[in-house]
Design a protein around this ligand. Structure first.
Ligand code: AMP
Ligand code: ZN
Length: 499
């Protein structure tokens, strides 16, 4: 691998789409050669769905490419284990406390269960671990310190043992809404009046600290009494602690732009006096049936349901690498819709890519090369330098596959020196940058398994048609004993394999 030591960033000029300026900008980190990146992590109150995975995968790819360019990256991705209320506008129960109440377990049991699930899923998708994975509950003291700072500067107020950020006051000195392109005046004229029981001065104000009611179990002592921090505050506390008051990249899903990231900017500016982040990067949503995948609406699919085929949406199981390849075929800022057809097409593409890569070492070489390998390599870099354009990168990799196949057929030749570049480039982009794994053999195995099970389903149907229920039940039961479940419906019989 020619990573890290090469300082490729000196010759490969990366541009990123900055949501703050709404333009593509040349990426120039605050400290040359070093990148600080913070990404909002999951709220661990249920299993991560595939939509969540898409956002984290986009930033895994970005982390991988920055490292590939030779940057020393400190990547911080937090775990939200307190403070995220059901409603983003400071209403409702804490999501984790609610789950704990419903399941009659400790909130920290909820946190542990779903943090483990999150890590398991990310491992299956071949994610690189972040450099630091801090938790909100581990940083209560830091959050209290920031609240004190904001109160001192006059941009927050205490009321009934809670503390709220004073958006109107802040907007007199700074600009609230600059990330999401909103104007406070418009927000005010478009919002409802405060309800009588509301203790905020204005609906736009948000909680920095909430008083814990007697039944609230997740509580900490503070100068304002027992309570818990507001959701937006943890990210300001943890990013500042590990990356400083000024850092390079802040990422998250598009849906976090407002209010979460807007509030993060306001908190940092109110306490430190300056903008915290140089480049704001936002990943777009994964949709299902054209609608955003979300936990709350039930319009989602879990990664394990895809890996086992145990779901009502897809015709078969798909491996984590195929799903990862599917995600990488779309630009991270575009909406991507999940469908059976799209996954089937991605599986074919992934297999074609892996077949070309398998056995590259044994590729015959000739005296000269029939194509310009360095130009091809630069096209791969150009794609990634253009705001991490993975679909264009993949198109270029398939250009490489075309040449590999022509060489294998003896219709083109490649010099020994160029072959080294070809192998190195393919490996770097496919495995290091896109994070794919060569599971070609297991892909073939699963194809064979599908073929065998389909054959048994056919034999079972024939047995049933002949009223030979002994044989048909035997096929079903013995497959079940092997972990292959048959499901009969009006449309026919499908199967799933337990993991
Ligand atoms: P949460 O656990 O709800 O805080 O979400 C964790 C991350 O997943 C956030 O960055 C969200 O923006 C992101 N996210 C949620 N739904 C989707 C989706 N359908 N597609 C892509 N990212 C999503
Ligand atoms: Zn956050």
């Amino acid at each position: 691998m020619y990573i890290a030591t090469m300082q490729l960033y000196k010759t490969q000029h990366l541009k990123v789409y900055n949501s703050l300026s709404s333009t593509k900008e040349l990426f120039e980190p605050i400290n040359e050669g070093h990148v600080g990146m913070y990404v909002c992590g999951p709220t661990v109150y249920s299993n991560v769905h595939l939509g969540n995975c898409r956002t984290f995968m986009s930033f895994d790819m970005i982390f991988r490419y920055l490292r590939h360019l030779g940057y020393k990256v400190r990547y911080v991705r937090n775990i939200t284990d307190a403070g995220h209320l059901e409603d983003d506008a400071d209403q409702g129960e804490d999501k984790i406390a609610k789950k704990a109440r419903l399941e009659q377990i400790e909130p920290m049991e909820v946190v542990q269960r779903y943090t483990v699930d999150f890590h398991n899923i990310l491992q299956k998708f071949n994610f690189l671990p972040p450099s630091i994975e801090p938790t909100a509950t581990g940083h209560i003291i830091e959050q209290i310190e920031i609240i004190k700072e904001i109160l001192d500067k006059g941009y927050a107020y205490e009321i009934n043992d809670s503390v709220y950020f004073d958006v109107k006051k802040f907007n007199e000195d700074y600009e609230y809404g600059k990330l999401s392109g909103r104007k406070l005046e418009d927000m005010i004229s478009n919002t409802r009046e405060l309800a009588a029981q509301d203790e905020k001065k204005n609906p736009q104000d948000f909680a920095l600290w909430k008083k814990a009611e007697p039944q609230h179990i997740m509580r900490w002592p503070s100068p304002w009494g027992d309570g818990f921090p507001g959701w937006h505050l943890e990210c300001t506390a943890m990013s500042t602690k590990y990356l400083g008051e000024n850092f390079d990249i802040h990422g998250g899903g598009m849906d976090l732009k407002f209010p979460h990231h807007e509030c993060e900017i306001a908190q940092a500016e109110a306490s430190n006096g300056h903008s915290p982040v140089k480049y704001w990067l936002h990943a777009n949503m994964l949709t299902l049936n054209g609608k955003k995948m979300a936990k709350s609406t039930g319009n989602n699919i879990l990664p394990n349901e895809i890996f086992t085929g145990n779901n009502s949406i897809l015709s078969k199981a798909f491996s984590p690498s195929v799903v990862r390849f599917f995600m990488m075929q779309a630009h991270y800022t575009s909406i991507l819709d999940l469908s059976n057809e799209a996954l089937l097409a991605s599986e074919k593409g992934y297999q074609r890519l892996m077949e070309a890569i398998t056995g590259l070492d044994g590729l015959n070489t000739g005296a000269n090369s029939d194509f310009d390998i360095k130009e091809w390599r630069q096209k791969c870099y150009d794609a990634m330098n253009d705001d991490f354009n993975t679909p264009i990168l993949i198109a270029n990799l398939f250009e490489g596959v075309k040449h590999i196949n022509l060489i294998k057929e003896g219709k083109e030749q490649l010099s020994e020196e160029d072959k080294k570049i070809l192998i190195e480039t393919m490996n770097s982009f496919v495995f290091d940058v896109l994070g794919l794994e060569n599971k070609n053999d297991s892909g073939k195995d699963s194809e064979k398994l599908s073929g065998v099970v389909e054959l048994l389903i056919q034999l079972r149907n024939e047995a049933r048609a002949n009223k030979d229920f002994g044989t048909s039940d035997k096929i079903r039961d013995q497959l079940a004993a092997l972990g292959v479940q048959l499901k009969d419906s009006k449309e026919g019989t499908t199967f799933s394999v337990s993991s």
